[in-house]
Write a protein that binds this ligand. Structure first.
Ligand SMILES: Cc1cc2nc3c(=O)[nH]c(=O)nc-3n(C[C@H](O)[C@H](O)[C@H](O)COP(=O)(O)O)c2cc1C
Length: 446
């Protein structure tokens, strides 16, 4: 075990063409083509790789052109297609594709992620999501949400099939024996024969499950107790969002414990990676100014509407100068899956810190991710403190604006972390699993 002082930090970026800040696009040249411009994404990916970051994460959902997209460039390209293109322009960085485990077909996902792993030579990851956003349900033609316990049962079947399919064609079965005229040795196949309550599947996937006989990395993003149980069973890494260190520490403790005690896994093979929104400046004043300049361009009336929706109240009840109207916010129904864990988190952290509604709005635009503003030294102090006090194993950066926000991370923050011996000075491996220091041959798969 490395001593806490030398624990290495895992770093990834959340890739959005313009950046995480809702108004960042307003300050960029030619914003109209951003969401589909491959050259923009290539520049970002190459910069992240220059900074030796572990991975590029592409969030996604099936919501189509939802309200959010009317206000900012959003997710346009299919993540796995975009990441396959980025694979050709990079050589070491991990490529994380978000695909739901509730809709569509496990065989499509198994093939898509295995293909991404082969074309990137071992750099693919599947970010398993279980969201049931009303826009996604509508565009998929589905009637209603599943209650939380049922949705995780369904997702469990989905992931079981995907991982079994990845093992169904072991690399050793491709014997390519010209003398026997046998390309595949049928006796070495492990056909799937799965009958569940939600899915059935039988047969063998037409592609080996991962590059070099190692399965693609599994990530999972969720917040609830059910999600923690599910994630600690399947995932190599968990994406989370925590404002307050005590809740991050509780999450960390719980999932590591579940991994060990419930699923008999080595907890070191389950990484916890919360999002963070860093704003860097050569001085603290410059960093604060950078944040204020972007915040000044926000459409606060629109944001009030979406915050009111999360809180389950009328936008007219929100007064920017006052605290949230706590007495008007209805309690969340623990069985309803529609993002209510997020409501609790917003309310709890705002109340604890006594912040104004304006402050909550400015924080909410990061997608629930913690904002850290300051010099590279200050931000490095903050990040290493979270690592050293068992709040997480790394961070997923929600970059305020591309490309300069990422340049600041790569040119200022990474060298600071390297000087403290907390971040690599060269990639350890050409695979994502290798760089994350994870086990995971296909024969080890759950
Ligand atoms: C850090 C984080 C990232 C997420 N990313 C996505 C995403 O890209 N797309 C999506 O549809 N849902 C995303 N989700 C939503 C989760 O998949 C999940 O549906 C949500 O947390 C509600 O489930 P729960 O209440 O059981 O935790 C994310 C959640 C978290 C915490």
């Amino acid at each position: 075990m490395p001593s806490p002082k030398s624990k290495q930090i895992r770093l990834a970026i959340n890739l959005l063409a313009s950046g995480r800040h809702n108004a960042s696009w307003k300050t960029l040249d030619e914003p109209a083509g951003l969401s589909t411009d491959i050259d923009v994404f290539v520049r970002i990916a190459r910069t992240a790789e220059r900074g030796l970051l572990d991975g590029i994460f592409l969030a996604d959902n099936y919501a189509g052109l939802a309200d959010e997209s009317f206000k900012r460039p959003f997710r346009a390209l299919s993540p796995s297609v975009l990441l396959a293109a980025l694979a050709a322009h990079t050589s070491h960085i991990g490529l994380v594709s978000t695909v739901p485990a509730l809709y569509g077909s496990p065989v499509t996902v198994a093939r898509e992620i295995a293909s991404l792993d082969h074309v990137s030579k071992g750099r693919a990851a599947w970010n398993i999501i279980t969201s049931q956003h009303p826009h996604s349900l509508a565009i998929l033609g589905l009637d209603g949400e599943l209650p939380r316990s049922a949705k995780y049962d369904k997702a469990d079947e989905f992931v079981t099939i995907v991982t079994q399919l990845w093992e169904s064609l072991p690399p050793a079965a491709i014997v390519a024996d010209a003398a026997r005229s046998a390309y595949v040795d049928e006796g070495l196949l492990r056909p799937v024969d799965f009958q569940g309550d939600y899915y059935r599947a039988a047969g063998v996937l037409g592609v080996t499950g991962g590059y070099g006989g190692r399965r693609p990395v599994l990530l999972q993003a969720g917040a609830s107790e059910a999600s923690k149980q599910f994630g600690s069973k399947w995932a190599d890494a968990l994406f989370t969002s925590h404002w307050m260190k005590p809740s991050a520490q509780e999450f960390y403790r719980d999932v590591k414990q579940y991994a060990a005690e419930k699923w008999h896994r080595d907890p070191a093979n389950l990484l916890v990676v919360p999002g963070v929104y860093p704003v860097l400046g050569a001085t603290e004043t410059q960093a604060r100014q950078r944040k204020a300049d972007l915040d000044d361009q926000l459409d606060l009336e629109y944001l009030k509407g979406s915050l009111a929706e999360v809180l389950g109240i009328d936008a007219a009840d929100l007064d920017l100068a006052r605290e949230l109207p706590y007495d008007k916010i209805p309690p969340s129904d623990p069985d309803s899956p529609a993002g209510l864990a997020r409501r609790e988190k917003v309310v709890e952290s705002a109340r604890e810190r006594g912040v104004t509604t304006r402050q909550v709005l400015l924080e909410y635009i990061t997608g629930g991710h913690r904002i850290v503003v300051g010099t590279p030294q200050q931000v490095a102090d903050d990040l290493t403190d979270w690592i050293d006090t068992d709040a997480c194993d790394g961070f997923n950066f929600n970059v305020d604006r591309y490309l300069d926000g990422l340049d600041h991370i790569v040119e200022w923050l990474v060298p600071e972390l390297q000087a403290r011996r907390r971040f690599r000075t060269e990639y350890e491996s050409t695979t994502f699993r290798g760089n994350l220091g994870l086990d995971g041959d296909l024969s080890d798969a759950a």
